[in-house]
Design a protein around this ligand. Structure first.
Ligand SMILES: Nc1ncnc2c1ncn2[C@@H]1O[C@H](COP(=O)(O)OP(=O)(O)OP(=O)(O)O)[C@@H](O)[C@H]1O
Ligand SMILES: [Mg+2]
Length: 367
């Protein structure tokens, strides 16, 4: 059963109108961590606010645990939706202690001993039990973040919504807090929808990612799907680095012929032979090999720790040149000016469509 179900949801803001969301369909499953990923203004916060009930949709329907909560004449107020929200700025009460902040959301539990017990359990889970009597200003940013999470999950909501939860943290603290928070969510089995504009966070922590652009969802999939097989130019460019190559569908066996050779086994559903398409190839899709058919010269190299990112000038089949971004292994040294041969790995290549349009592509001029 889906925990949250958004069915073709649209939202406008007035005056304007500003089209904030159009045709948003998301199905969040039990225990899943789903990230809404996209640039500023694409509608991520609006989507969370619609789920929480701080806004009402103009179109479509939202269900929580199969119960309609908004759309089609239904309306369940935020306090009755069993949704926990963690705001970007934590929004802790400064005059309440950590324990009191967490107990605040438990006002429907009449017995104060029970409230205290539940707050203690959740703070223990988040490794904060020894801070029960402290005030928020006496905690680090990461600890405040976890108190905000504790307050959201204490009432045992059906789902926790988190808006840019890690953006206020220092770079060195960020990954540790992120990993701790995600571990706590998984230990507690909490279903979570979180918002991020950072593709590394989204790929690292999510079961699935919904990539948004201008109020629409471009693609929903596992981090691997999104990275290795983007379906649109927007997703290919927004999530990691990519090389966009023009090509033509060739034959019936799923091959695309480009100026750099043929990529096979790409998803070409709905495309006819000879159709012009764009292929997005991740930097991992070119491997150095003495027998490689692509010949080029290294223009620049950047050591990233896990690989060497290189710009390589490649001779194309049509006699021209084109620069590609490729990832090279660190067990060999590469320098600017070196000649290199590369082979193609189709596993990192996919046919991409223009954003929000159908598959198939009119090539721009010239690449
Ligand atoms: N209360 C509001 N009134 C009018 N327009 C709004 C309101 N809230 C958001 N918008 C507009 O709706 C669109 C989506 O905004 P939203 O806050 O959902 O984006 P976002 O993806 O969360 O962006 P960010 O990453 O900057 O937080 C934007 O164009 C924004 O200007
Ligand atoms: Mg936002």
């Amino acid at each position: 059963m889906s925990v949250i179900d958004l069915d073709r949801v649209g939202k406008k803001y007035w005056p304007g109108p500003i089209d904030a969301l159009a045709d948003i369909s998301i199905d969040v499953r039990q225990g899943e961590i789903l990230t809404l990923l996209g640039p500023s203004g694409c509608g991520k916060t609006t989507t969370l606010r619609l789920i929480a009930g701080f806004e009402a949709p103009d179109e479509g329907e939202i269900k929580i645990l199969d119960n309609p909560v908004s759309g089609n004449g239904n309306w369940v107020p935020p306090e009755d939706r069993s949704v926990g929200m963690v705001f970007q700025d934590y929004a802790l009460f400064p005059h309440l202690t950590v324990g009191e902040n967490v107990m605040f959301g438990l006002h429907d539990r009449k017995d104060s001993k029970q409230r205290r017990k539940r707050a203690g359990e959740v703070l223990n889970l988040l490794d904060l039990d020894h801070h029960f009597e402290r005030y928020p200003h006496e905690l680090s940013g990461g600890q405040q973040q976890r108190v905000a999470l504790a307050r959201a999950i204490a009432p045992e909501p059906v789902v926790v919504l988190m808006d840019e939860p890690f953006s206020n943290l220092d770079a060195h603290l960020r990954n540790r807090v992120r990993d701790e928070v995600i571990k706590s969510l998984r230990t507690a089995g909490v279903t979570c929808v979180l918002v991020s504009h950072d593709q590394r966070d989204a790929l690292a922590i999510s079961d699935r990612v919904a990539v948004m652009n201008q109020g629409r969802i471009e693609q929903t999939g596992t981090p691997q799907d999104i990275y290795k097989h983007p379906t649109s130019i927007f997703v290919a460019n927004f999530v990691g680095k990519t090389n966009l190559l023009q090509g033509l569908i060739q034959g019936i066996d799923g091959c695309v012929l480009t100026d750099f050779g043929s990529f096979c086994r790409v998803d070409r559903s709905g495309l006819t032979d000879g159709a012009p398409v764009m292929v997005a190839v991740r930097p991992e899709g070119f491997e150095p090999s003495d027998h490689g058919t692509l010949q080029g010269t290294i223009i620049s190299t950047t050591y990233t720790g896990s690989n060497i990112e290189a710009e390589v000038k490649i001779c194309t089949n049509s006699g021209g040149h084109r620069s590609l971004t490729v990832h090279l292994p660190t067990n060999q040294s590469y320098s600017s000016g070196d000649s290199i041969r590369l082979v193609l790995d189709s596993d990192y290549a996919s046919v991409v469509r223009n954003s929000c349009e159908t598959l198939g592509f009119t090539p721009p001029s010239p690449l």
